[in-house]
Design a protein. Structure first.
Length: 147
């Protein structure tokens, strides 16, 4: 598995409850652009509409040699999942406080896959607490290493 991009901000802003693998519907020049590593998941999210799941806000830079075949960099892209999984996710997202966030984009057997996380938002004090725990862990590891 070759990871093309990760959404690090998602782990900072959300608690990831569960994750799912989905295929993504892309054009040929978009796949070439992803292979070059020119995509951004920073402000991306997923939404369920009419029994289908869509990825909104993912930016894939136009392929430089693609000329007229290039698509809009931030267009809405359809994700490919089983209907049963989409219905399950839609029921969970309708609950208060849950959202679907793309966690990473990677290649699996020459196909582009997206790892979608079922997430619940963090409060500001939770983010500060997580940062404090990370700093404390770093200090302990540094002290153990110096011995």
């Amino acid at each position: 598995m070759k990871v093309a991009a990760q959404n690090r901000k998602a782990h900072h802003d959300y608690y990831v409850e569960d994750s799912f693998e989905a295929g993504i519907e892309l054009a040929g020049t978009e796949v070439k652009s992803i292979r070059a590593g020119t995509l951004n998941l920073k402000d991306a999210y997923c939404s369920v509409k009419d029994g289908q799941i869509f990825l909104i806000g993912m930016h894939i830079s136009p392929y430089e040699k693609g000329n007229i075949f290039n698509k809009d960099p931030v267009r809405v892209r359809r994700l490919l999942m089983h209907k049963r999984e989409i219905r399950k996710l839609h029921a969970l997202v309708k609950q208060d406080g849950y959202t679907l966030v793309p966690l990473s984009v990677y290649f699996k057997n020459a196909r582009v896959k997206v790892q979608v996380g079922l997430c619940r938002g963090k409060k500001n004090y939770d983010k500060r607490d997580a940062a404090a725990q990370r700093d404390a862990k770093r200090l302990v590891e540094r002290a153990m290493k110096s011995r």
